[in-house]
Structure formats: C-alpha cells, structure tokens
Design a binder for this molecule. Structure first.
Ligand code: CP
Length: 352
C-alpha cells in the first residue's frame, strides 16, 4: 500500500497528465466513472443543512445517490465500500424512516452501524451532548447522525468531534437529508427545477422539512409557495425567497409539486388552530382540492402522515403520489452522503 502511494506520488510529479490516476481504494476495487457524475469533489466535513449548499454540491449528492440507487436492482444488497467504518445513529427524538434508512444505507455499504437512543443511553442519566460526543469519538465513530429537538444541536456536535456529522433533524431548523431526498424525488419525476412551481402546505412554522426544502429548491431555481393557516405561516418565511399565502385554492392552482407537511402537534405549545377537524376542512389535501393543481402534479409528504387530517387516504394512494418513492429514495440519498462524507469520490464506482 505504501509502495503504491509512493509510486503514485512519483508519477503525479513527473507527468501532470497522469494526475488523474488515483491510488486504488482500500478495498482494492479499481475506480470506475459513475454515469452522469460531475467532476466536483465533496469538501465539507459535515452535512448540517441545505442553507449555503451550492447547486453543484446538491447535484453532486443527487448524482451519487443515483449511482447508489442501482443497489435496489441487485439481489444481494451488500457492498464493502464502507467496510471498517463506523456509523452512529444518535437519536434524541423518535424516528422510523430516517433512522432505519441510515441503518440500511450503512449496512448495505458494509459499515458497522450502532443505534443510540436517548431513552436507552446515558443521556437518560443526564449525560450532556458534549460528553456523549466525546464518548462516541473515543469509540471510533466515523460518522455521527444526530436528531435532536434543539435547533443547532448538530452544529454543536460537529464542532466537538472529528467525525463527520449529519443532521437528521434539529428542532424546527433543518432536516437536510429529507430535503435532499425530496429534491431527488422531484428531479427523478419532473426532470428539472428551474421554473418548477412547488407548493408546500401546512405547518410551515414548526417544519424543518419545509426549511430544508425551501433552501434547496430556491438554490436550484424552483418557484416556491408556502400555504397554511396564519398561525402556522410565519411572516419572515418570505425572506427565504418564497411566496406566502393562506389561500389554499390559489396556492394549488397550476402547481407542479405539492409537498404536504405533517401537523407537528408535539412542537405546538398552544393550540394554533381550533381543531384537527377544522384544519382538515380548510387545509387537508383532498382529491377535490387538488383539481386546480397541474394534471400531472407530484404529490409528496415526508411522513409520518396523519391520514384524513393533512392529506386524505385517496390522495396519499393516488398514482401521482410519490410518498413511497420518497422513502425508497431516502436510502439512496443517505448512502450517497455516507459515501461522500467518508471521503468517497462521486466519479468512482460507489457500489463496485
Ligand atoms: N420524515 C421523517 O423524518 O420521518 P421519521 O420521523 O420517521 O424519521
């Protein structure tokens, strides 16, 4: 291995044209260009939010996810790409989709995946986030995936550890991996972002999913409208470059994508609408209300969905609904992130 590196350094020095030749990856697989992947390389240590990510960085992740998605077609879903790496899922809030898909993503790529939840770890004994971070570092975590009720928790952790940190949702701030899988799903189904009319419906105030979607969609050139009851649509949201309204019919007219948010009762300190029944009547997405949207409107929901409240069962199961597809794409996107954040290059074969 050392000799390989020495020879590579020598060739790179004597002949600039050879600089594109890279040492073999640790598992010995020769690099192979992934179709459609750009030459940009991932430079960030962490993935904390979509705010500040460039369009090129977002497309780099989505292109890498596209390569990862080929794993779905394989009978044996196991590759050694991350062999010897340790991924820790540190979840201080409940999760089904995000935690499970990170676990699958890590395991399919050969990493050791450890799940730590606040109720079963020393967090329950009062251990601080800082001490938990140091413990995980000492145990050799390469990637820490954190979900926490406090906005900024992932940023704090990232500043405390050498491991790559992925924000799996911090309070009402950001949920970047959900944002990325939503962007992936939109790109897959609509093929473009520029000029695409995306309407985000519901509890904008408490939604980290909305914020990550808005950052990503605006960076990629989509037109975003947010709609919900006045108590759930903060005025400041327009500063992110979106149009805000309380008129659902108007917001749905001509929409290419409707992303329906979950009502986050757990984050509401006081009643922000009279009742769930009232919310469903005014803002719940039904087939009838969807008629004003584009005929081939893409229906999305990050889950878990309150069927019959923010979306009817009929709409959730409509052929235009991408809800199951979003969940599937979540694994590919998280595989891509684990790969890129552990030093993988997008233009090499991710799956071998
Ligand atoms: N969409 C989402 O974050 O789902 P979970 O809470 O199940 O992870």
């Amino acid at each position: 291995m050392f000799l390989d590196e020495l020879l590579q350094a020598f060739f790179n020095f004597v002949h600039p044209a050879l600089r594109r030749i890279r040492p073999k990856p640790p598992n010995g697989r020769p690099p192979r260009a992934a179709k459609g992947v750009r030459s940009l390389e991932w430079k960030r240590k962490d993935l904390l939010g979509l705010e500040g990510l460039s369009a090129e960085e977002i497309h780099l992740i989505l292109d890498t996810a596209e390569s990862c998605k080929q794993i779905y077609e394989r009978e044996i879903k196991k590759f050694p790409t991350l062999r010897g790496r340790t991924v820790v899922n540190l979840f201080y809030e409940p999760s089904t989709r995000t935690r499970t898909s990170f676990e699958l993503a890590g395991k399919w790529m050969g990493a050791d995946v450890i799940n730590v939840s606040s109720s079963t770890s020393s967090v329950a004994k009062g251990e601080s986030l800082r001490d938990t971070a140091r413990t995980l570092e000492a145990l050799g975590a390469d990637v820490v995936v954190i979900r926490h009720s406090a906005a900024g928790a992932a940023h704090q952790l990232a500043s405390e550890v050498r491991a790559a940190v992925i924000n799996a949702g911090d309070g009402a701030h950001e949920h970047p991996t959900q944002g990325l899988l939503d962007l992936y799903t939109i790109r897959e189904r609509k093929g473009r972002f520029a000029g695409l009319r995306v309407t985000i419906v519901g509890d904008i105030l408490h939604s980290r999913v909305a914020r990550s979607n808005i950052w990503g969609l605006r960076t990629l050139g989509a037109e975003v409208t947010v709609v919900g009851p006045p108590t759930l649509v903060p005025r400041e949201i327009t500063q992110l470059g979106v149009r805000a309204t309380h008129d659902l019919e108007e917001a749905l007219a001509g929409a290419d994508v409707v992303n329906i948010l979950r009502i986050q009762l757990e984050r509401q300190k006081k009643g922000l609408f009279p009742s769930l029944r009232e919310y469903a009547r005014l803002y719940g997405i039904t087939a009838e209300k969807l008629e004003s949207a584009g005929e081939d409107v893409l229906i999305m929901h990050p889950g878990p969905a309150n069927l019959g409240v923010e979306v009817s069962e009929e709409v959730a199961r409509d052929p235009r609904s991408a809800i199951s597809g979003q969940v599937q794409n979540g694994v590919a996107v998280r595989m891509a992130l684990l790969y890129l954040l552990t030093g993988g290059r997008a233009q090499d074969a991710v799956l071998g």
